[in-house]
Design a protein. Sequence first.
Length: 385
Amino acid sequence: MTKTGFVIANLFRKKTRTFLTLLSVIMAFLLFGLLQAVNVMFNSGADFVGATRLVTQARVSFTQPLPSRLLPEIEAVPGVARVGWMQWFGGVLGENDQIVAFAVDPLRHHDIYPEWVMPDAQWKAFAETRTGAVVGRVLADKYKFKIGDKLPMKSNIFPQKNGSKDWQFDIVGIVDGKDEQWQRNSSQVFINFAYFDEANQFGSGRAGIYFLKLTDAGLAKQVADTIDKKFENSPDETKTQTEKDWNIGFAKQFGDIGLMVRWILFAVFFTLLLVVGNTMAQSVRERVPELAVLKTLGFSDGSVLGFVLAEAVAMCAIGGLMGLGIATLLGLAIQKAIGAQLPLSVDGQVWIWGLLAIAVLSLAVGLFPALRAQRLKIVDALAGR
């Protein structure tokens, strides 16, 4: 029997215990892969490569609206093809059904987001109807909305001038996505900005967030820097970033995602350390006489240490690689489901961290049982002492 075969045979001598421990390792690294992918996504730096749209928001937070008077200056920046704007409405349907609702300029929004597909007649009606609204297909199917319906909606941010938070809009269009990915994201409501700007209690002149369509994706970094420098040290300092990074920043408003992920991973691996460590310690205790026989046959202390440590490495490596592999497949499925705006990917960076975790875990759970096996005295071990 080879040394590798010997290690594998010892690892699976208690098949039920080994398979249950392996299952724990697989699940732990499955969670590790997915959660680390989330952590990487939320902590990655801005990447302007290939960006065709940028978002300009207030430097402090997107919740602080930018004034409409910045529009001509942003439009004048070289490399900017078209500028639109959105104001987060804070929409509520029924009693407390939160929905994604933005006030937009209909024609500009149509130009900047060709991914939203709707007949030209409906886009025209959206632009010409003061109280007009268009509803995403997913939302329309859910609530059975159709063109011509009234859309009663509350805003938890913007009351009307009379103090009421109850708004009513006319549905003039149902918007679809250009492909399956965008179609899954069609759960939004867009309302006519002109009406919102006129009727809300806080007055007009607030554009909210600017969305920029570029003439050339290669100019993204240059355009972003130019805009932010233009308004630097002004009352309306800006932060310009890619659309992807803005979506990630929007999600971060719900809490420190990175911190939550790190604490979950700590809990998972602390539990795993106890489970696998107990398995290895118990395995060595059961084989004390066998390890003594190995030494009697001429195997050195270092060889015995290596056998035990190799078992721990095999246990963690098999389970860890399987868990990371499953996480990679699930990551691809999740990324396809949620779309490219939140690109969850179990990529090479996650795998590097995963391999490092496998190495550290192997050492942590295998070193002490291996040292115990190394220090065994043949006489004491065979005598059961």
